[in-house]
Write a protein that binds this ligand. Structure first.
Ligand code: IDP
Ligand code: MG
Length: 139
């Protein structure tokens, strides 16, 4: 079973100073942080990162949102990482997210929802390599 995933605290949550609380929840849930950095994504990087959504009506809105301020990129490790981290995030729309999840606690709307998490082991690898070089990761 794969044990890594990629997380990203989105600009709304960084701006509201929720980062410390969110990172605490991630660590308390048993994840190890192998890489972490604050980064301002360019429009080109954001388009590439969300390329899978290029045909969805909210693609450009998503690119604007994710570049509206710095994000905190996280390379995370835990048994069953992808699935366990998605449970910790909650549903995409904070209104539908379960009590105690990060999106329920800190998300504003389906679009502005505080945090990202990879949806598969394959995408976790792609997203971690996109945001981190090997030198930046704990071995
Ligand atoms: P996920 O983040 O829960 O995996 P996805 O469907 O992969 O959800 O969508 C990626 C991101 O796009 C969401 O986290 C959210 O920020 C944004 N998004 C998703 N659905 C909508 C929508 O209907 N309107 C606007 N933004 C959306
Ligand atoms: Mg997704």
């Amino acid at each position: 079973m794969a044990n890594i995933t990629f997380g990203m605290i989105k600009p709304d949550a960084v701006k509201k100073n929720y980062s410390g609380k969110i990172i605490d929840m991630i660590l308390s849930a048993g994840f190890k942080i192998n890489g972490m950095k604050l980064i301002q994504l360019t429009k080109e990087q954001a388009k590439q990162f969300y390329l899978v959504h290029k045909d969805r009506p909210f693609y450009m809105e998503l690119v604007e949102y994710i570049t509206s301020g710095p994000v905190i990129a996280l390379a995370l490790e835990k048994d069953n990482a992808v699935q366990d981290y998605r449970i910790l995030l909650g549903a995409t729309d904070p209104l539908e997210a379960a009590d105690g999840t990060i999106r329920k606690l800190f998300g504003e709307s389906k679009a502005v929802n505080a945090i990202h998490g990879s949806d598969s082991d394959e995408n976790a690898k792609i997203e971690i390599s996109f945001m981190f070089s090997n030198l930046e990761l704990v071995s």
